[in-house]
Ligand binder design. Structure first.
Ligand code: R5P
Length: 274
């Protein structure tokens, strides 16, 4: 029989991550330095986080970033999605050689609402990274902590429905409670393939605001629970306008044009992040 207390733990943490009123989430990804070092928009990470935190539901970040850049009083009750895999850098071509880097005890000590594990399906290290995911799920389940699986895309992988749905379904079968993947054509078929597991989309490289907002809109219309955007928010000239516009799409069911108006209204006085 399932342990009801642990199920309550999972549910309660899921409710901190994904708003239970509309089942949607704006997650802000600021975990990039774990493999790419200094990152535009995150060089003064503590300022970036302070600026954007009020407008996101959950912060996806790393242990070191929390230690170095986030004051408890600034974090308040904002939930953390803690990245617990790594072990490589952009200096090495093959990024998939990752292992678990943070223990479940540390995640509990940090009061993480969830933990994030990347898998590299189809890469030289697919076996190892899928086992990273299942190992972490085995540990996290013991304490009622949800695991978010990130379908990381190696350089040779097509970001199409066939690949992303396959990777996402493997994550669901491993026991992931949330799946983070990339947007693709016919995205609703991916969402259907892993229903009822919630899916959030990564933003990818910085693009123009209308394109990023349109992608968020398309993803939510196709059934995504929301976004886990990073660069398209913190590298924009108008980062607060951008995250507010994304919030309007995700939680307000706004049209793209309305979200762009929100973005534009924040332009006067907008400050680029370092
Ligand atoms: C990917 O593995 C990491 O979680 C990234 O930091 C995250 O996907 C980045 O978000 P974005 O692509 O929107 O910058």
């Amino acid at each position: 029989m399932a342990n009801a207390y642990l199920d309550i733990g999972i549910q309660s943490r899921m409710n901190r991550i994904i708003n239970p009123i509309d089942n949607r989430v704006v997650m802000l990804a600021v975990d990039h330095p774990y493999f790419q070092g200094p990152t535009t928009g995150l060089r003064n990470m503590s300022a970036t986080i302070k600026t954007l935190l009020p407008y996101c539901d959950c912060l996806m970040t790393t242990r070191g970033a929390v230690r170095a850049n986030i004051a408890v009083e600034d974090l308040g009750s904002k939930p953390i999605m803690l990245r617990v895999t790594g072990g490589n850098s952009v200096l090495f071509e093959e990024l998939s050689d990752e292992k678990l880097t943070v223990t479940i005890k540390e995640a509990i000590r940090m009061d993480a609402a969830g933990v994030a594990v990347s898998v590299y399906i189809g890469s030289a290290n697919q076996h190892q990274t899928i086992l990273n995911l299942t190992d972490m799920i085995n540990q996290a389940d013991e304490y009622g902590i949800p695991v978010l699986a990130v379908t990381a895309v190696g350089k040779n992988m097509a970001r199409d429905l066939r690949y992303l749905a396959l990777a996402s379904r493997i994550c669901q079968d491993a026991g992931a409670r949330i799946i983070k993947t990339y947007y693709c054509d016919e995205f609703s078929r991916l969402v259907d393939a892993v229903a009822p597991t919630p899916v959030v989309v990564a933003g990818g490289k910085y693009s123009r605001p209308p394109d990023a907002i349109q992608m968020a809109y398309n993803a939510v219309q196709a059934g995504a629970a929301g976004v886990d955007f990073g660069r398209n928010i913190f590298q924009d000239d108008n980062p607060v306008g951008m995250i507010k516009a994304i919030g309007a799409i995700v939680h307000g069911n706004h049209e793209v044009k309305e979200a762009l108006d929100i973005y534009t209204a924040c332009l006067p006085g907008a400050r680029k992040l370092d």
